[in-house]
Design a protein around this ligand. Structure first.
Ligand code: FEO
Length: 400
């Protein structure tokens, strides 16, 4: 893969096709990247590092990209270990390297890696000359941790954005969006942004989803910069699709969604599942987009993705211990924790002797500010079309 992004910038990050679950939570069907970049000038600056398992490959990438130069600076934009855990190895290989970061990262660097010396602390808007070019630092707290900052290389209108504008998915074929493909064995789709969009939505909703307000603040702050290239910590380098990616992150962080329904259900004996499938069939008959997620068998990552993608969320849960069935509760709790808003909502589910799940889901939804499509469909014992009038609900959703 061509790692040279420009005369000054090389990609030195790595593809991870091995990890199955990211952060111990989120599946990686297409892998993930840990992006790091080397900026060459009279001085050289390394932007972030990579995940601990990739030490040998990462150090070799740096050695090649450095072309014999020493590495002067390690810019630490973000301390989450997927980007910082090779910091100690970098210090061992380049003992004179100066770590450049902001005050909030300093105790994290000490706490994670025991490094306390040769750290240069920068503030909002401060710059660092590399010779003929200059790096400027902007704080972006809670995108995704409190110490997060971004780094702007003025001479190349390049933003090293940390997790912002990132996506799941390893990057095969090439690192920039002219060449990058989500996975070598997939057909190339019409463009890189379209190909990565679902994995970007999943990444955003799973990991950054709670921080819409702070993403908005960061977007506002960065709107004054002329950005020609975005080098995120995950996924392709955006050059052709900078506008698409910024505008999509803007939409996601405002919780804007397209028309459609995320149907997520949990079922013990198939009755709530039958109701979910009946709803899906009625929506399909009316040409309404939907996705169907079985919360008992599928990682919840995909349901979160579609709860951010679609403007309507329908949750199916039987009543269990006079409560919401745990997988459905966990999903609903996760939506609330991610501060999801501006959604229409439907609860449905079966009970045997006393219904509670639909009422309790509705209460959570109302607290969250969701608009209830109806009072919900709580039905006794087995599923039947007569007990579950999904046709009427689908009419409302379709606007009939
Ligand atoms: Fe990819 Fe927040 O780290």
């Amino acid at each position: 893969m061509n790692r040279r992004i420009s005369d000054r910038i090389s990609y030195v990050g790595v593809n991870d096709h091995h990890k199955v679950i990211f952060e111990g939570l989120w599946p990686l069907p297409f892998g993930v990247t840990y992006n790091s970049y080397l900026v060459r000038d009279e001085k050289t600056a390394l932007i972030d590092t990579a995940e601990a398992d990739f030490s040998r490959e990462y150090l070799e990438n740096i050695r090649e990209a450095a072309e014999g130069r020493k590495i002067d600076y390690l810019i630490v934009n973000h301390m989450e270990p997927d980007h910082s855990s090779l910091m100690k190895e970098i210090r061992e290989h380049y003992p004179d390297i100066t770590i450049v970061t902001n005050a909030k990262a300093v105790p994290m660097i000490s706490g994670y890696y025991g490094i306390t010396d040769n750290i240069k602390v920068v503030k909002e808007g401060e710059s660092l000359s590399l010779g003929s070019s200059e790096l400027v630092f902007y704080m972006a707290p809670m995108v995704h941790w409190p110490e997060t900052m971004v780094t702007y290389l003025k001479e190349e209108q390049t933003l090293f954005s940390g997790d912002a504008f990132g996506t799941f998915g390893a990057v095969d074929n090439g690192i920039t969006d002219s060449d990058a493909r989500l996975c070598g064995w997939l057909d190339a789709s019409e463009n890189c942004f379209a190909e990565f969009k679902d994995e970007m939505t999943r990444y955003y909703s799973n990991i950054v989803g709670k921080y819409g307000q702070t993403v908005q603040a960061a977007l506002k702050k960065l709107s004054g910069l002329d950005i020609r290239r975005i080098c995120s910590t995950h996924g392709p380098v955006w050059e052709q699709h900078v506008k698409d990616v910024v505008s999509y992150y803007d939409r996601l962080s405002r919780y804007e969604a397209e028309k459609g329904v995320c149907i997520a259900y949990a079922s013990m004996y198939g009755n709530t599942a039958a109701a979910a499938k009946a709803l899906a069939a009625e929506l399909a008959g009316r040409g309404v987009k939907y996705s169907l997620h079985n919360l008992c068998t599928e990682n919840v990552s995909y349901a979160y993705r579609d709860a951010f993608k679609y403007d309507t969320i329908a949750i199916g849960s039987p009543t269990y211990n006079n409560d919401i069935f745990p997988p459905a509760y966990s999903f609903m709790y996760g939506l609330c924790a991610r501060l999801v808003k501006n959604r229409k909502f439907l609860a449905f589910g079966s009970f045997t002797w006393a219904g509670a799940s639909v009422r309790l889901l509705n209460e959570m939804a109302q607290k969250q500010g969701f608009e209830l499509i109806s009072e919900g469909i709580s039905f006794p014992q087995g599923y039947s079309q007569e007990k579950c009038d999904m046709a009427s609900v689908a009419d409302i959703i379709a606007g009939k």
